[in-house]
Design a protein around this ligand. Structure first.
Ligand code: ADP
Length: 243
C-alpha cells in the first residue's frame, strides 16, 4: 500500500541565515544564523522594533537581497533558483499612473509574456476578489489609499505566488480602512490559501491575522522567539465589532 503525502505549496525553510551591512566603517549584524520553518498556507507575522531587520529578512525571502550565509528554500527550491513564484507588497502600492486598474493588475502577466486575453481574464478575477469590480477602467489617481492597496494585492495575486510577502501593507491607511483591509486580507487568505508573511508594527493586526508571530529583538544576540496565536479560526471578528 502506498501512502500519498500531500505537501502544501508555499513551505519555507530558512537555514543558517546571516546578513550584515557596512555601517560607518563597522559591520552591523542584522541577522545571525536564523533558522525558521514556515508552514505552507500559514500566516506568519514578523514584529519587532524599527531597525531590527524585518524588512531585510523579507527582502531576502523575496530574493531581492542576497544573504552573507545560509539559504532559503521554498518548497525545497532555493529562493535564488527559478521555479518559485513570490510576490511582495509594500506600504505604498507603487501603481503605474498611466495604466488603468486592469492594466496595473495584468502588468506582471504582460511582462511575463502571457497572452493578452489570458492576462486580462486573470486580472479581472483578482480585481473581483479584492472587491474592485466596476473599477477596471479607473486610473490610480481616482482611487483612495485603501483601493490602491487592493489593486496592489490583486496585482501580486495574479502571478499566483507560493508566498505572499507583505511589508507593512496597511501602514499608510487610516484606522477604519485598516480594519476593513485586515478583514479583506483574512478573506483573501481563506480563498487563496497562500502562505503570507506579514511585517507589521501593529501587534493587534499580527494577533488578528497570524497563526504565529515571529518576534525579532533589537538587541543582537537575544534569541528570536516564535509565538503561537491560539485563537479560533476562521478569522471573523464581526461579532466583536463595537464600532
Ligand atoms: P526594520 O525593517 O526592522 O525596520 P531593516 O531590515 O530595514 O529593519 O534594517 C535593519 C538594519 O539594517 C537597520 O539598522 C538599517 O539601517 C540597516 N540596513 C538595512 N538595509 C541596509 C543597506 N542596504 N545598507 C546598509 N544598512 C542597511
Amino acid at each position: 500500500m502506498s501512502v500519498v503525502v500531500q505537501t502544501r505549496r508555499g513551505e519555507v525553510a530558512v537555514r543558517g541565515l546571516s546578513k550584515s551591512f557596512a555601517m560607518n566603517g563597522q559591520r552591523l549584524n542584522v541577522l545571525r544564523e536564523l533558522r525558521l520553518d514556515i508552514r505552507g498556507g500559514e500566516i506568519l507575522a514578523i514584529v519587532g522594533p524599527s531597525g531590527c531587520g524585518k524588512t531585510t529578512l523579507l527582502r531576502i525571502l523575496a530574493g531581492l537581497e542576497v544573504p552573507d550565509a545560509g539559504e532559503v528554500l521554498i518548497d525545497d527550491v532555493p529562493v535564488h533558483g527559478v521555479g518559485t513564484e513570490r510576490a511582495i507588497i509594500f506600504q505604498e502600492p507603487r501603481l503605474l499612473p498611466w495604466l488603468t486598474v486592469l492594466g496595473n493588475v495584468s502588468f506582471g502577466l504582460d511582462v511575463r509574456g502571457d497572452s493578452k486575453a489570458y492576462a486580462e481574464e486573470k486580472a479581472r478575477r483578482y480585481i473581483r476578489l479584492v472587491g474592485l469590480d466596476g473599477f477596471e477602467n479607473a486610473y490610480p489617481r481616482q482611487l483612495s489609499g485603501g483601493m490602491a492597496q487592493r489593486v496592489g494585492i490583486a496585482r501580486a495575486l495574479t502571478v499566483q505566488p507560493e508566498i505572499l510577502l507583505l511589508d507593512e501593507p496597511l501602514g499608510a491607511l487610516d484606522a477604519m480602512t485598516k480594519i476593513t483591509m485586515q478583514e479583506e486580507l483574512a478573506r483573501i487568505w481563506r480563498e487563496e490559501e497562500v502562505t503570507m508573511i506579514l511585517v507589521t508594527h501593529d501587534l493587534e493586526e499580527a494577533i488578528y491575522l497570524a497563526d504565529r508571530v515571529l518576534v525579532m529583538p533589537k538587541e543582537k544576540g537575544t534569541p528570536i522567539r516564535v509565538v503561537d496565536i491560539d485563537l479560533p479560526r476562521p478569522r471573523d471578528r464581526s461579532e466583536n465589532r463595537f464600532v
